[in-house]
Write a protein that binds this ligand. Sequence first.
Ligand code: SF4
Length: 225
Amino acid sequence: MKKMREILEKVFSLLYSRFGPQHWWPGDGELEIIVGAVLTQNTSWRNVERAIWNLKEAGLLDLDSLHKISVEELAKLIRPSGFYRIKAARLKELIKALVDSGGIERFKRMGIQELRGRLLEIDGIGPETADSIALYAFGKPIFVVDAYTRRIFSRLGIFEGSDLSYQEVQRFFMENLDHDVMKFNEYHALLVRLGKTHCTKRDPDCPGCPLKAICSFFKERSLCD
Ligand code: SF4
C-alpha cells in the first residue's frame, strides 16, 4: 500500500508540475457549481457555460427562482447544454431536494455519507455527479471518479482491466491518499486536463505526456515501434 501511495503522489506531482493549478470548479458559488455539475453530463463545458449564462441573464440563478420556474421554461433556458428536457427535470428534482431539506446551508452541514445518500436518491444523479457536488460545491473530502480516471490509470498499468466499479476505483484513491479537499479537488481536475490534452480515447499523445516515464501503455507501445 505504501508503494501505491507513492505512485499516486508521483502521478500528482508530475501532473501538477506540468499543468499547474486548475482552479476548479469553474463556477461562482455553491448553486452555480451544483447546476453546472448536472448540466455538464454528456456535454462540453462550453455548452454548460452558455446554459448558465442564459440562467444568469434571465435573473434565475438563485434557489427560489429555480424552484418556482416551470420545468418547461427551465428546459428552454438550458437548451445549449443538450439533453435539456432530461436535465431540466433532474435539476428541478435537485432544487426541490435542496429547498425541502432547508436550503444549501443545511446540505453543507451534512456529513459526507448523509449528503451523498440524499443526492443519490435524486433521479438521474449518479455517483460522479453526486461526488462532484459534494467535493466542489460543499467542500467534502471525496474523490471524484470519471472516465478519464479509469482510462489513465488503466493505461498506467495500475488498474488491471477496466471493469472495476465506481466504488472500487473510488476506494482505491480514498485508501491511498490523505483526505485533503484541496488535493482531491486538484487531482481530479488534473486528470481531466490530461485526459483531454494527452490521454485521449484514440491516438493518445504519449510522447508529450508528463506520465510517460511511469506508463505501461507507453512502454509497451515503444517496444512495438
Ligand atoms: S503516456 Fe500515453 S497512455 Fe500513458 S498516461 Fe500518458 S497519454 Fe496516457
